[in-house]
Design a protein around this ligand. Structure first.
Ligand code: ADP
Length: 297
């Protein structure tokens, strides 16, 4: 299914403009919505999940008016919110069974089949009788995906699902999401660039309520590839380089400081062409540098 968001705006009562004419087209597959904290991601996710009202704009899921036909959307929607809470004293099986009942799966045998299947899919079958309070962050998030998949949704919205997961759980969670993304529309909001780099065929970068860039991650990296330059610098000289160049990122590599700068041509100062990554696309975009052809998203 295709999700079409047009000129969506939302200003909170305190005057904060959370979304400013957001326009995006989200096709089937995994779509990454990347932006720093406060960018407006959760506001957008909640509006798409029919849990919050916008001020102006339109959203269509194929031919369903998402802002108007909320019941129809909810039938097709699976949502994993950022602050997904569980009842700590209940087992994974019991809670999923309860959610399944709320979703209308009243027939006992059929419900058992569905719940067992989802617990298997999310690799929680072995621990299904353990209490959710004892689950690790990764197990909890996988349980969150299991509940989001109830009712065989066509659109799945996951809000910052990998924050706080250890590297092993993140890989596990990525594998789960990429399996799901094969035939559904999955909208993944995150501030972690590697979530998008690893998983998403399409992406957008959002900041301060505005869509700054969208496209295919690999193409966006290609677009910027001749404008990223790098070198190691002594930590004490960092401020000097920041004054002289458009530094987009600094990071430690084996105890040394690697600086990436954005420049149309050789910036001098012994910088060398660097292998561009999606991190560079992200940091350059957030810093306001042009990346690729700004198109309609
Ligand atoms: P993100 O999910 O990208 O971190 P949010 O959608 O949570 O961004 O927030 C976008 C902006 O809206 C932020 O400046 C945030 O402080 C503000 N905001 C979010 N929720 C509310 C609210 N209920 N009332 C007022 N401001 C809010």
């Amino acid at each position: 299914m295709e999700l079409r968001i047009r000129d969506l705006s939302k200003t909170y009562a305190n005057g904060v403009v959370a979304l400013d004419k957001v326009t995006l087209t989200i096709p089937t597959g995994m779509f990454g919505l990347l932006g720093p904290n406060g960018a407006g991601k959760s506001t957008l996710m909640r509006i798409l999940a029919t849990l919050q009202e916008c001020d102006t704009g339109s959203v269509f899921l194929d031919d369903i008016d998402v802002l108007d036909e909320k019941t129809a959307v909810r039938r097709l929607l699976g949502y994993l919110p950022q602050d997904f809470g569980v009842y700590p004293k209940v087992s994974a099986y019991e809670l999923l069974d309860h959610f399944a009942m709320l979703k209308g799966l009243s027939q006992r045998n059929r419900r058992r089949e569905v719940v067992d299947g989802l617990l298997q899919q999310t690799n929680l079958f072995e621990v299904r009788h353990q209490k959710l309070g004892g689950f690790s962050g990764g197990m909890r998030q996988r349980f969150g995906i299991a509940q989001a998949l109830l009712g065989d949704p066509k659109l799945i919205i996951v809000d910052e699902p990998t924050a706080g997961l250890d590297p092993q759980e993140r890989v596990r969670f990525h594998n789960l999401l990429s399996d799901i993304g094969a035939d559904k529309t999955v909208l993944l909001s995150t501030h972690i660039v590697s979530d998008v780099a690893d998983l998403c065929a399409n992406m957008a970068i959002i900041n301060k309520g505005r869509v700054l860039l969208c496209g295919e991650p690999t193409r966006l990296v290609d677009d910027i590839s001749d404008r990223i330059w790098g070198r190691f610098v002594p930590k004490s000289d960092l401020a000097h380089y920041q004054r002289r160049h458009a530094v987009i990122s600094t990071r430690l590599l084996a105890g040394r400081t690697l600086v990436h700068v954005y420049a149309d041509g050789d910036p001098g100062d012994d910088f060398e062409p660097a292998l561009a990554t999606l991190d560079d696309v992200y940091f350059a975009t957030i810093a306001g540098h042009p990346v690729g052809a700004a198109g309609i998203c």
